[in-house]
Design a protein around this ligand. Sequence first.
Ligand SMILES: CC(C)(COP(=O)(O)OP(=O)(O)OC[C@H]1O[C@@H](n2cnc3c(N)ncnc32)[C@H](O)[C@@H]1OP(=O)(O)O)[C@@H](O)C(=O)NCCC(=O)NCCS
Length: 214
Amino acid sequence: MDTAVVIRRGVPRGAEERVVELYWEAFGRKLGAALDPPERGRAFLARHLNHDRAAVALARGGDRVVGVAGYQLGGRALTGGGVRDVLRAYGLFRGLPRLAALALLERTAERGELVMDGIAVDPAHRGAGIGSLLLTEIAAVAAGHGCSRIRLDVVDVNPRARALYARHGFAAVRTERTPYLRALMGFGAVTTMHRTVPGHPGGAGPGNPLEQQR
Ligand SMILES: CC(C)(COP(=O)(O)OP(=O)(O)OC[C@H]1O[C@@H](n2cnc3c(N)ncnc32)[C@H](O)[C@@H]1OP(=O)(O)O)[C@@H](O)C(=O)NCCC(=O)NCCS
């Protein structure tokens, strides 16, 4: 398969449903716990995407999105939609438990920090370096916004993603055990990882894996 891709910033207009499809394929268990039923949840996410909060991989020679990395910066993440939007879409009675589940997934970026929202590559294109290209692009986005740090969370049931992050210079800073989420969302612990952005103290340098790839 030809896995050559072009990395772009921003979700192209018209690609919202495709981006949500990739997110849902990767994180459906988590998202579905909050935004069920799936068709409605996907439609909600597509309607409330913040286009400028992602880097995407487009299959070369076409405009099909084969990978997406969403992030939160300055109070906005790729997946948007506030309390009012949830209540409007689901009503009060069905909306409140959804808001509670969404709150469990919510992360807030501190000043000078970019928080990864999620990274997902089309299953048919995994293992070909697209995830790495997207991580490199996100590091460039962070540097461009003057961020000193990138933060992400990875769940205990995803050791391969964690290994990928470690190869990109992310180091685990803490692990929170979440046994109460195992039945609902499928994982029992969340590890937070940090990496310093090149150009900031402790960032660029010969030992930095991202720097070596450029
Ligand atoms: C994690 C993910 C984005 C990596 O994208 P990718 O394009 O396959 O990444 P690369 O080709 O640059 O690197 C491959 C590495 O990714 C990691 N990886 C994680 N899950 C993987 C999967 N299902 N298939 C292939 N590689 C995977 C491995 O460390 C792999 O290295 P290895 O081949 O030595 O095992 C992609 O596998 C994916 O979408 N997974 C499902 C969603 C997900 O888990 N996102 C991360 C949430 S924290």
